[in-house]
Design a protein around this ligand. Structure first.
Ligand code: DX5
Ligand code: ZN
Length: 226
C-alpha cells in the first residue's frame, strides 16, 4: 500500500484546549478520529498535567477513542489505572521502559492498543524488536513537555525508516507524529509515512469555533501532500 493510501487520522491534543470548558472543547473536535490526551508527571518531562480521574472525566463525555500519551517515569506501574480510566490507545516512552516488550504486551493484555513513543534523540532501532507487540508507534517531532513548539524536520528520515519496517513486516501498525504539526508540514510527515497526526495548537489556537474546518484542512493536507 502506498503511504498516501493509508487511513489518515487527526488526533487533536487537548493540552491546548480550554480546561475550564472541556466538554464544549471536546464537542468542537467531534470530526476528528481520536482525542490525544497528554499525561505528564513533572519528572519524565518538566511539566505536570493530569492523571486518571481527569482521563475518566474526559472519557465520560468523549465520542471518539482516547489516545493517551504517558510522559511519565515507571509507566508500567500505572497502566491499569489509565486503561480503567478509559484509554483506548496507551502510549509509553521507550526511554522510560527498561522492559519495553513486556510493557507493551501488558497494555494489550489490559485490552488497549499499545503504542511505543520515541523522543527525538531516540533512534528508530529502539523499537525494531517490538513490531509484533505494538499497535502504534509515535515519533515525537518535538521534545515532549509543552505544546506550541516547532516541528523538528530532522525526524522525517526516522519516520521513513520505521514505515519501511512496518511495510516489510506486513503488520497493521499505525505510525503517528506529535509536536508542532501544522498545515504547512503535515504533508511532509504523511509523505514520510505517518498516518496519525497529533495537533494541539494548530487545532485549538487561536480559540475559535471553526475547529472542524481546521481538522478538515489538516486531514486534506495529509491526504494530498504537495
Ligand atoms: C508535547 C505533547 C504534544 C503537544 C502537541 O509534549 O506530547 O501532544 O500537546 O502540541 P502542539 O501541536 O502544539 O505541538
Ligand atoms: Zn502528546
Amino acid at each position: 500500500m502506498s503511504p498516501l493510501k493509508r487511513t489518515v487520522q487527526i488526533a487533536p491534543s487537548i493540552l491546548a484546549a480550554d480546561f475550564i470548558n472541556m466538554e464544549r472543547e471536546l464537542k468542537s473536535i467531534e470530526s476528528a478520529e481520536l482525542i490525544h490526551v497528554d499525561v505528564m508527571d513533572g519528572h519524565f518531562v518538566p511539566n505536570l498535567t493530569i492523571g486518571p480521574p481527569v482521563v475518566e472525566a474526559i472519557k465520560s463525555v468523549a465520542t471518539k477513542p482516547l489516545d493517551v500519551h504517558l510522559m511519565i517515569e515507571s509507566p508500567e506501574t500505572y497502566l491499569r489505572h489509565y486503561v480503567e480510566a478509559g484509554a483506548d490507545i496507551l502510549g509509553v516512552h521507550v526511554e522510560a521502559c527498561p522492559h519495553l516488550h513486556g510493557t507493551l504486551g501488558e497494555i494489550r493484555k489490559l485490552g488497549a492498543r499499545s503504542c511505543a513513543v520515541l523522543n527525538p534523540a531516540t533512534p528508530a532501532d529502539s523499537i525494531r524488536h517490538v513490531l509484533e507487540t505494538v499497535d502504534q508507534i509515535l515519533v515525537m517531532t518535538v521534545n515532549p513537555g509543552f505544546g506550541g513548539q516547532s516541528f523538528i524536520k530532522a525526524m522525517l528520515p526516522k519516520i521513513e525508516t520505521i514505515r519501511g519496517w512496518i511495510e516489510a513486516s506486513g503488520l497493521a501498525i499505525d505510525l503517528q507524529v506529535d509536536g508542532g504539526v501544522t498545515i504547512d508540514n503535515i504533508g511532509q510527515a504523511a509523505s514520510a509515512g505517518a498516518n496519525i497526526f497529533v495537533a494541539g495548537s494548530s487545532v485549538f489556537k487561536p480559540p475559535s469555533l471553526d475547529r472542524k474546518d481546521k481538522i478538515d484542512a489538516l486531514r486534506n493536507a495529509a491526504e494530498n501532500p504537495k
